[in-house]
Design a protein around this ligand. Structure first.
Ligand code: SF4
Length: 280
């Protein structure tokens, strides 16, 4: 299988946590032997968004905060595609946050990977929804006065059937999380602690604190335990799969989406009224 690189020159800052996400994702596709022709990568706006230029799969670099709607449309049109959304923390948890609960409760079979560097990197360092309270940035020179969002607890509360956290400083572990996310049937959410070496270099901070859930016997089918671990943040920061359960997907629930993908059918004869009503 090809190494999935493109001719595009990688333009992230040397040492950026995005490199680990790119490498882990490409290795995931290769190890799972997923044909690149079947993969669609959707990225939003931010430093992370360049990832679609660096992987030789079908891709769309979409507008700010709209990764999930675009990915949803692609999946509904052709349910046989592997649709993976990449978003930054500003993209996913600020302007685009409203889409996450609905993708989660629908359990549409797409994957959502958030490059969470806790800062707006592309615009040279402003406070973001996951920035720690007190963090000094260009937009908060005296320190942020806001509490950060907890993406893992939020995703669990939204009803995500797969919730995980990775760390760019743990590449092999990150790849194993991606493999589990891509083989999960339903909406899979992965928040990646992605140091921004230019504006929020958290490598050392997290290296001292992360521990792996699988090494402490975590049961990912136990929702209450997952939520308890999700609230753990400070001296110890858990990474790994918090929660993973099987439920019917959106595609399972809509008869028109079962069987042959819509894009391969003559859809002029299909009664789409029930599906349209559902999705409005
Ligand atoms: Fe990476 Fe930060 Fe540089 Fe953007 S600004 S490429 S997130 S290190």
């Amino acid at each position: 299988m090809k190494d999935l690189s493109t001719k595009a020159k990688v333009r992230w800052c040397p040492g950026c946590g995005n490199f680990a996400i790119l490498i882990a994702f490409k290795r995931t596709l290769i190890e799972l032997q997923i044909e690149p022709e079947r993969v669609v990568a959707v990225a939003g706006i931010g430093c992370h968004g360049r990832i679609v230029d660096y992987i030789n799969v079908n891709s769309i670099h979409t507008i700010h905060g709209r990764v999930i709607p675009i990915a949803t449309g692609i999946k509904l049109a052709n349910k046989d595609l592997m649709v993976v959304g990449f978003a930054g923390d500003g993209d996913a948890y600020a302007i685009g946050l409203g889409h996450l609960p609905h993708a989660a409760r629908r359990n549409i079979d797409i994957k959502y990977i958030v490059h969470d560097n806790m800062v707006f990197g592309l615009t040279t360092g402003q406070v973001a929804p996951t920035s720690p309270k007190g963090m000094k940035t260009r937009s908060t020179p005296y320190g942020s006065v806001e509490e950060p969002l907890n993406p893992i607890a939020f995703a669990l509360a939204c009803g995500c059937t797969f919730v995980a956290r990775g760390f760019s400083g743990e590449l092999e572990h990150l790849k194993e999380i991606f493999k589990r996310a891509l083989t999960h049937r339903g909406f899979a959410f992965v928040d990646v602690l992605q140091p921004c070496v230019a504006f929020n270099n958290t490598y050392e901070y997290f290296r001292k604190r992360v521990y792996k859930l699988e090494e402490v016997g975590h049961d990912p089918t136990d929702f209450k335990l997952a939520m308890k671990r999700a609230l753990e943040w400070g001296d110890r920061v858990p990474i790994g799969v918090f929660y993973s359960v099987e439920k019917p997907t959106l595609e399972d629930e809509i008869p028109q989406l079962c069987g042959t993908p819509l894009t391969l059918r003559n859809i002029s004869n299909i009664d789409i009224t029930p599906a349209y009503t559902y999705l409005r």
